[in-house]
Write a protein that binds this ligand. Structure first.
Ligand SMILES: [Ca+2]
Ligand SMILES: [Ca+2]
Length: 200
């Protein structure tokens, strides 16, 4: 009887652990991590229904930001990787302060843009257009796909909901970590010398 009780308790424990593990998973992402061959950074796609501000907050909770795009090659990779299933994508560009002052939420300098014709035009019907998205494959007229548009901080675009793209930039290896093997060797040598001196 005691054995059955023990087995029952173990099974309950395993079930509880599995449940806790599942609850700990991030329910906000629907794709990723996907590593870009262009820069080695990891990318995720957030679930739909988030405004730009909410998507950036979700990215920051992952110790990251909405995606920063530095070249046309990166723009095309993001478009092809995440727009493939007809999605409107939030990117990390947004307007701060004066009209027209667009900055990346990551803090990186703006070295590349891919605005659509006439954009940014700040023509939101529901308020200022201060958040930037990449146009989806279904965008009309043809030719706008993959271009950028400023838009109100809304969960839904003209036709479909937005999905945020999150970029995780790997932490640079710190100098102390790079010097760690040399430090360990030096300490070992010092200890050897101390032991020898002690024997003498
Ligand atoms: Ca604006
Ligand atoms: Ca616009």
């Amino acid at each position: 009887m005691g054995n059955y009780r023990t087995i029952f308790c173990i099974c309950c424990g395993i079930t509880l652990l599995a449940f806790c593990g599942e609850a700990g998973a991030d329910p906000g992402t629907i794709m990723g991590p996907i590593e870009s061959p262009l820069n080695g950074h990891q990318y995720y796609l957030l679930n739909s229904g988030l405004t730009w501000t909410q998507a950036e907050a979700e990215a920051q909770s992952m110790n990251a930001h909405l995606v920063t795009i530095r070249s046309m090659a990166e723009n095309q990779w993001i478009f092809q990787t995440f727009d493939g299933a007809n999605k409107e994508l939030w990117i990390g560009l947004h307007e701060v302060g004066a009209e027209g002052n667009f900055v990346w939420s990551s803090g990186e300098p703006v070295v590349f843009t891919n605005w659509g014709p006439g954009e940014p035009n700040n023509m939101g019907g529901w308020g200022n257009e201060d958040s930037v998205h990449m146009r989806w494959p279904g965008a009309v007229p043809s030719g706008l796909q993959g271009t950028w548009n400023d838009y109100p901080d809304s969960a839904k675009g003209d036709t479909i909901y937005f999905y945020g793209v999150v970029e995780v930039v790997p932490e640079p290896v710190s100098l102390s970590l790079m010097l760690l093997p040399a430090t360990v060797l030096l300490r070992k040598r010092q200890n050897r010398i101390r032991r020898k001196l002690h024997l003498v």
